[in-house]
Design a protein around this ligand. Structure first.
Ligand SMILES: Nc1nc2c(c(=O)[nH]1)N[C@H]1C(S)=C(S)[C@@H](COP(=O)(O)OP(=O)(O)OC[C@H]3O[C@@H](n4cnc5c(N)ncnc54)[C@H](O)[C@@H]3O)O[C@H]1N2
Ligand code: MOO
Length: 407
């Protein structure tokens, strides 16, 4: 494989290549609506009824038949029927008004509703001014959902409003994909767990916690493989075992060109390396392969590189396996509030904030953009993309992903 920056593939090419190799999908289980928030629905959900099931009143007031009302003068009618929400509506006798409440089904012969504050009620009569129209304040049967209509498509993540929508058509249980099991490994003899003293030459393992958080946010089940030593045999044993237990594997570190980088060798010798190196900064040495047909994402070790490659490359693939139809996070366009001259051959993902300048939200990068500067990501509200071979000047439009879109 060539290492020249001109031949490196882009993020969208990488995603397309990876998605072609993904055969496995999460298993399906049935859950009640009370347990199904944030799950991905596994089959189209259709309504077997109209919502609302019958025409009903949008107001508290009085229902009339237009034939009983004079179009251009005051009409007085006695109240001959009372219908509250939940009542059987019945029939309005001719020449009378119906007392009706919001949500109550419309009685036969009623074809308009007038809110109570617009009529005058005397002891035994309702007085109506002209100015009404037939159909007013009546919500029609099936106005929200028609019988047979698809209410939720397969592959959609169930938000609270989808749960309510499913309940509104009487569905109580839904088929959803079970959480994917993802094995997570950090690599490197320099890593020490937080909470312990830090010996010379060592650093605290931060990627483990960033990635655990990302996987938890994705709703995945994590097999925490801990830290692999920089040893070929131990790396091989651990990754092969994980490929039998998990649906997918994520590693960080050990994918560049160093002598102590064993992840690539192990995948090459025991499975397939599909791609290595992307035209992005940070995250260039990203590796993707398969062991026992299970996808392995070898994220680069630098803390920002592993964060960015997880979000931009591994996450869409895991989402696809999780059954999600729309795997790309939404992005937005904002103007740059900065200048950047260094013209790179790689697309660059900057850690940025939106800041108000002259009444407009503009993109401002953290001053230190090194791939080891984790504080940049904590300061930032999201990522902005500077395309390859592009200089940025204030006012240029850039693509921006809020971190909140990845949750
Ligand atoms: N000769 C070259 N050297 C490097 C290249 C290159 O093209 N030629 N690429 C550089 C780039 S870009 C990156 S990114 C890194 C990626 O290297 P690895 O994936 O092999 O990662 P490591 O060498 O293991 O670690 C890199 C860096 O990150 C720190 N690290 C690793 N794991 C963790 C962790 N869990 N928590 C916190 N920090 C971690 C590690 O100590 C290193 O400082 O390679 C460059 N080198
Ligand atoms: O590509 Mo590395 O991830 O820039 O530091």
């Amino acid at each position: 494989m060539s290492c020249s920056e001109h031949n490196l593939i882009t993020v969208s090419q990488a995603i397309a290549q990876i998605q072609e190799t993904l055969e496995h999908k999460a298993d399906v289980e049935w859950l009640s609506l009370a347990e199904a928030v944030n799950k991905v629905v596994a089959a189209d959900q259709l309504s077997t009824l109209n919502v609302p099931p019958a025409a009903n009143s949008a107001m508290d007031g009085y229902g009339f038949n237009a034939k009983d009302l004079a179009p251009d003068q005051l009409t007085q009618l006695p109240v001959g029927l009372r219908v509250a929400a939940g009542d059987q509506p019945g029939t309005l006798p001719s020449g009378m008004a119906a007392r009706i409440f919001t949500g109550a089904f419309i009685p036969t012969n009623v074809d308009l509703v007038i809110p109570q504050e617009l009529v005058k009620v005397t002891s035994d009569q309702v007085e109506v001014q002209p100015g009404w129209r037939i159909g007013q304040h009546i919500r029609n049967a099936g106005e929200d959902i028609a019988e047979g209509q698809q209410v939720v498509v397969a592959g959609k993540r169930l938000r609270p409003q989808e749960l309510g929508l499913l309940a509104s058509v009487g569905i109580m249980q839904v088929p959803v994909y079970k959480p994917l099991t993802v094995a997570l490994f950090t690599t490197g003899d320099e890593l020490i767990e937080p909470g312990r003293p830090l010996p010379d030459g060592k650093i605290y393992n931060s990627n483990r916690y960033t990635l655990m958080g990302l996987l938890q946010q994705g709703g995945f089940k994590i097999i925490d493989g801990g830290t692999l030593p920089d040893q070929h045999e131990a790396t091989k044993q651990a990754l092969l075992k994980a490929s039998q237990q998990a649906d997918a594997i994520i590693t960080t570190g050990g994918v560049s060109v160093g002598e102590e980088d064993y992840v690539q060798d192990v995948i090459k010798e025991n499975g397939t390396v599909h791609l290595w190196k992307l035209a992005i900064k940070p995250g260039k040495p990203l590796l993707y392969g398969q062991l026992n047909k299970k996808p392995v994402f070898g994220l680069p070790g630098n803390p920002i590189s592993s964060l960015v490659t997880y979000l931009m490359v591994a996450r869409p693939a895991l989402q696809q396996m999780q059954g999600l139809h729309d795997t790309q996070p939404a992005s937005y366009r904002f103007r740059a509030g900065f200048t950047k001259k260094k013209n790179l051959k790689r697309a660059e993902y900057l850690r940025v904030q939106l800041q108000s300048q002259l009444g407009e939200q503009t993109i401002v990068p953290y001053p230190k953009q090194g791939s080891g500067v984790l504080s940049s990501a904590s300061w930032a509200s999201g990522l902005a993309l500077v395309p390859a071979d592009t200089d940025v000047k204030p006012g240029d439009w850039l693509e921006y992903w809020p971190f909140s879109e990845f949750v």
